[in-house]
Design a protein around this ligand. Sequence first.
Ligand code: MG
Length: 381
Amino acid sequence: MKTSAVIVAGGKGLRAGGSLPKQLQDIGTKKLFQHSVDIFSSHPGISSIALVVPDGSEHLYTPYIGSNVIIAPAGNTRSLSVRSGLNALNLQSNDIVLVHDAARPGVTPDIITDLIAALDDHDASAPALSMIDAVKRKTDKGLETVDRTRLVRVQTPQAFRYGLIQKALSESSEDVVDDLQAVERLAGKVHLIEGSARLNKVTHPEDFSNMSKLLLTPDIVRVGNGFDVHAFGPGDHVTLCGIDIPHDQALAGHSDADVAWHALTDAILGAAALGDIGDHFPPSDPQWKGAASSVFLKHAQQLASEQGYKVQSCDLTLICEAPKVKPHREAMRASTAALLELELSQVSLKATTTEGLGFTGRREGIAAQACAVLSGPGPAA
Ligand code: MG
């Protein structure tokens, strides 16, 4: 099974002004269509891409695309253009395909990943935004207020199994406003993920400057550090980064005493200026007695995410004479990466001793320090 994308850039884009169709106008250093093509091309889950462009204008696009992008000719309607892109990809029924408008240049790798994941138990997935403004319907007698709580604005990319979208589009007699509409007619189970202003369509001249601000504003980078110590007590193993390591003593503490993940939890909270682990998980609260530290660490990541920050990398240093950390280092990196949904290359772990000095030198406990780098748009204004 493979996953592909159809990017539709077939329109004339005349409402955007300028002498070129809007998809060929610049946002920053790239053409409008290039932003989406580059994001899909570099996504590890996407194997091939069809870019649908007006017939006869291929030469305007080919200088800006890579070898995994096929050009397909646009049709007279959106659904004919999408079918042209689908036909160019040579897909099997169970393959996944995402259909996207080139006029929405703000698509991100995370959105693509989430849409693909949703197809595990749905027929289709798409980003959608709830309605903020009051919504009215014009009638012959005047205006009628519509219940906006049941309305959403659906964006693209939209993800489908190829067999379903192919059937849906071939059975659509009139043109559909989006591909989801064709699937709805077959009563497909659709999963909506949270949409984003980044996915708004660039239609009018002023949309270019608004989208430029969203796309070209650099992420805010935040750095935090954390430190923790737990003393040894009776027991037969210590838990470090969720890995049980045999030892002639255990670490004493209210929770599972995972000193490494406690330091990292504090580093993430620190980067997002969200206080410390004690604020969120007070030792006085019995519900955290014996709790797995994975709960603390994951919660810190979630809180940071709510503040608009994503963990980009972390570096942990364990300070002890024993147990030996090195034989377990890769398992500890892997468990941390798995919990935080990071690549292994984003998680560093080191160990050192204090040359016999101090409490760690006297083998009275383990200290850990951590640094975390977070980035993102930051808290919404
Ligand atoms: Mg602790």
